[in-house]
Write a protein that binds this ligand. Structure first.
Ligand code: HEC
Ligand code: HEC
Length: 409
């Protein structure tokens, strides 16, 4: 793949140019420890020609700018998946804290948690087709302003990178379930966000999203197509109602039939997207940081490696996945709690954020409140309190080593 991708797309008569420079680093001087390249956005190594072709087609669909004629809106946050997922390469995290940071709302009504669909929840769509056609009678949505705001939670969520998510999907559920525990000396527990997947009719272990709210990439794709772009599909057939109100006639016209093909294509692209390779060389300082990371028990949650099971796609079969996460949700304390419930994940529970690729990230934690690794660590609370306190007590030299380790991922 070339160093620079240029996507040109025609949108409402205007040409949108998205130039995305693939990330390059000094570390590319060394040999990668595994087959995985440090250049982001490539396909997994070892794909068949047919799989490589499917990856390219998926990338194309993932980067296509949708229009009203293709089902976009009437309210939406982005016009293409790649609008938010593009840091480093297509598929990456968000590049800033504007459109790629979305708002999720929820609230308690009569003692029961609600997605607040009547206020436009669970995800607000900040934009509408008014951008392209002033006759559109609907505006994008803001956090609802009404008198009993105390019962409404609004949580900002930054865009997560998708590099290596196919490997995460291929980890057997039992491997994840085996990590939940009760008698940890630090009080670390972890809950698997198990939910019924309506697409398979089975209970599955969640692994994607800030609260491990989805178990499959296909499911996440349909959800994102609906909630970020306003495009319905087989398993997400109902349009978002802006502020809970019905969509005015004539502003939603496209049947779902062709849409499932897109959802399949996004899924294939993401499934075959290579993980972020580790930056080299591994200096003595990095190695010391890695030792400390284990010693102060960051590894209780940020598990260095899991393995995929047998998989029909050879490149995903029996592979090591150096993700630095257990994919469980943990109670993280009041400071991080956002009140939002998703499946079994409660308001203060979050998925252990995978740390692979952390060197190429600019914002950290679910709402992007941390600008660097150290800030992110200091915000840890709840089950991570003991581990965080051990970090705080480290000498500056050791803190620097630990940071260097995370910056090598
Ligand atoms: C407006 C910005 C935006 C657009 C457009 C967007 N996403 Fe996302 N994406 C996000 C955010 C924010 C998250 C984190 C959501 C959460 O967990 O609350 C996310 C997370 C994901 C994840 C979970 C990855 C992980 O780390 O577990 C997948 C998969 C995904 N998006 C796929 C897609 C696909 C496919 C499309 C296009 C149909 C898309 N996204 C369009 C913002 C966006
Ligand atoms: C109890 C489990 C747990 C422990 C122990 C833990 N973490 Fe975390 N970590 C998390 C969770 C959960 C998040 C995501 C929190 C959020 O987004 O609100 C996270 C997020 C992070 C992030 C930000 C990543 C991102 O994508 O935004 C970094 C960096 C990090 N942890 C480093 C560490 C370090 C270093 C230690 C040891 C001092 C540590 N963590 C210990 C659970 C843990």
């Amino acid at each position: 793949m070339s160093k620079n991708h240029v996507i040109t797309a025609t949108m409402a008569g205007a040409t949108l140019l998205l130039a995305v420079a693939a990330w390059r680093t000094d570390a590319q001087r060394g040999d990668p420890p595994s087959q995985t390249s440090t250049i982001l956005g490539q396909a997994l190594p070892g794909l068949t020609e047919e799989q490589q072709q499917a990856f390219s087609e998926g990338l194309q669909k993932f980067s296509t700018v949708e229009t009203r004629e293709e089902g976009l809106g009437p309210v939406f946050n982005g016009t293409t998946c790649a609008e938010c997922h593009k840091a480093g390469a297509i598929g990456g995290a968000g590049i800033d804290l504007t459109i790629s940071r979305v708002t999720r709302i929820g609230g308690i009504r009569n003692g029961v948690y609600s997605d607040l669909t009547d206020f436009g929840g669970p995800v607000l769509q900040a934009r509408s087709l008014k951008e392209f056609d002033t006759s559109c009678p609907i505006d994008g949505e803001n956090i609802p302003r009404q008198s009993n705001r105390a019962n409404i939670f609004a949580s900002l969520r930054i865009t997560t990178p998708l590099f290596g998510v196919g490997l995460i999907e291929a980890i057997p559920a039992e491997t994840i379930l085996a990590r939940t525990r009760q008698n940890d000396p630090d009080g670390v527990q972890g809950v698997a966000n198990i939910q019924m997947n309506p697409e398979t009719g089975k209970k599955e272990v969640g692994r994607f999203g800030w609260k491990s709210q989805h178990s499959s990439l296909h499911r996440f794709s349909g959800d994102a197509y609906l909630n970020e772009m306003g495009i319905t599909s087989q398993f997400f057939p109902d349009d978002n109602l802006p502020q809970g109100k019905p969509i005015p006639p004539g502003w939603e016209t496209v049947p779902d039939d062709d849409i499932d093909e897109d959802v399949e294509a996004f899924t294939t692209f993401m499934r075959l997207l290579a993980p972020p390779g580790r930056l080299l060389p591994l200096t003595p300082q990095v190695q010391e940081g890695e030792r400390l990371f284990q010693q102060i028990r960051c590894t209780s949650c940020h598990i260095p490696e899991m393995k995929t099971g047998a998989n029909p796609i050879a490149a995903l079969s029996k592979q090591s996945v150096p993700l630095y996460s257990d994919l469980l949700v943990h109670r993280m304390g009041r400071n991080l709690a956002d009140g939002i419930q998703q499946g079994l994940a409660q308001g203060d529970q979050f998925r252990t954020a995978p740390l692979w690729g952390a060197s190429r990230r600019r914002f950290f934690l679910h709402d992007g409140r941390a600008n660097n690794v150290e800030e992110a660590i200091l915000h840890h609370g709840g089950e991570a309190t003991a581990s965080r306190d051990r970090f705080t007590r480290l000498q500056e030299r050791d803190k620097a080593a630990l940071r260097a380790f995370i910056h090598s991922l």
